[in-house]
Design a protein around this ligand. Sequence first.
Ligand SMILES: [Zn+2]
Length: 415
Amino acid sequence: MTSNVLKAQDSLQCGFNRDFFSSSYSDWYQQTVSELRKPKENKRWKVSKDTEFIIPVVFHLIYPFRVPLDIAQIPKIMNEINADFMRLNSDSIKLRSKFKSRAGNARIRFVLVEQDEKGQPSKGYTIRNSLNYFGIEPNQPYKDMHRMKFKAYEGTPPWNTKKYLNIWVCNLTSFETGKTYVNGFATPPKNAPHWSPIYFADSLIDGIVIGKNVYSNSARSSTLTHEIGHYLGLRHVSGDPPGFLDSALMCTYDDSIFDTPRVLHQNYYCDTTINSCIEPVNDLPDMLENFMDYTGDNCKNSFTKQQVSLMRYCLNTLRPQLANLEIKSIVKPDLFLVDVYPNPNIGSLHIDFKDSFSNNYSVVMFDYLGRKVLESQITQAKSIINLESLSSGLYSIAITNDKSEILYRKSIFKD
Ligand SMILES: [Zn+2]
């Protein structure tokens, strides 16, 4: 792929660069931001940190003009979003040191469904051959972008949007111009306090759409991670100011997240010299690495702690039935001292018990589909588990006792 092509892809946007210029949006937004800055509102965002949310995912592949999409992309994409939301993405080390203390781990896992809504076996995706065109046209309003979700347009209706994250994949290239303006778009949680009601979705359209170009990308892609950010309530880091304002006023717009530096507008280039808004206290350059900016896939690698708090708050409060497999850790780390490392892992996983070893412990590992891939008794206080036969991706590891109680669990990324 030439650098020109990469640059062209970098300049693609998500669906939320639309409809920003309404005056009602501006008034509403200013008011909401000032409300959210009150300390009591901030506290409400906190959900117990040791809780790991698990979100069931179904893909709806819509084959444009009967050209199939490669099913093998689904594991690649699942691994990418799982790594990004567990902060196990290998490019997270590229985050500049000045932002390291602000980086957050969302502790959200995504699992492909194994059963459909009626309890029948499912591979985690649906397929529809369609002769319709779902391209996003220039200046098409957001509210008119959802045809791929309706049978009447040869699209695929969602599974219960309260219980599943529906991800549609289709051709988003404009029919009129042959160009692609939008990589993907998402619906924010209904009643999220910092979104305009014009974006709120009903049960017929709630979910995420990504273009077939994003889906088929063999290189690292962060588009779906960005859209999941919107789906869980995050806004762009710029706060999307109306473009006609002068820059001093544009810098007053914000994403209402306190630890993302203010930026003048969404950034397209990974230029680390950019500091587009000077803040009176603790000024930092633009955080180009933020998943909610528009910089390229080779640049974005992190959410901040406050973004993570907001996503977890929205998931817990505004999408309460979605993460229905919520797991809380059973034993506090200080009661069960074990080190499991390194993570990410290339083949040898060390399990070191510090002082409470007994020989009735077992280790169990599951893949992102929830399938058991490994089970082994632990016979020594310092053990090494061979993971070389496992394919690359995210796994969940649990240490159990002879009563099958889970004493410890952790997510491991196999490189
Ligand atoms: Zn966006």
